[in-house]
Design a protein around this ligand. Structure first.
Ligand code: RTP
Length: 155
């Protein structure tokens, strides 16, 4: 379940504190929804610095790591799990390049931010990190199963 390469592929997406603070939650969710992906996990969390450091553990040797941890723990974050075919890679395309100055117009970062240190959104960069990040942020029973939903209730 959640396996890369299938329609059940899953990725972890987080709207960072600046994205939340600037009122971009609905717009960002709308972009993923309109693309056709399924939202299967969603919560608003204010990460501690320890948790932020764990999330960005692979970057701990980088000079910008302390600033990154402070930024990521500076306010509530919208943590999400999105599902669909190729959602990891396509999600990264919707997000745009890490440096907003290089992000194409029409991408989330290309449209809404200017600098690398305030780039409003995170997305898993591969199957392994997606799996790791989803398990770090979500318990098994916090992930919704759309197949069991009663679709006839929507018209
Ligand atoms: P993310 O993990 O947040 O989706 O970003 P990414 O894969 O596009 O970029 P990554 O290299 O993993 O870096 C993680 C976040 O660290 C901040 N950063 N600052 N030189 C810098 O000041 C610098 N480089 C990276 C960004 O917030 C980046 O998203």
């Amino acid at each position: 379940y959640g396996a890369a390469g299938t329609q059940k592929e899953r990725t972890f997406i987080a709207i960072k504190p600046d994205g939340v603070n600037r009122g971009l939650i609905a717009d960002i969710i709308a972009r993923f929804e309109k693309k056709g992906f399924k939202l299967v996990g969603l919560k608003l969390v204010h990460p501690t610095e320890d948790f932020a450091a764990e999330h960005y553990d692979d970057l701990k040797a980088r000079p910008f790591f302390p600033a990154l941890v402070k930024y990521f723990a500076s306010g509530p974050v919208v943590a999400m799990v999105w599902e669909g075919k190729d959602v990891i890679l396509t999600g990264r395309k919707l997000i745009g390049a890490t440096n907003p100055a290089d992000a194409a117009v029409g991408t989330i970062r290309g449209d809404y931010c200017i600098i690398m240190g305030r780039n409003i959104i995170h997305g898993s960069d591969g199957a392994d990190s997606a799996k790791h990040e989803i398990s770090l942020w979500f318990k098994e029973n916090e992930i919704a199963d759309w197949e069991s939903a009663v679709h006839k209730w929507t018209y």
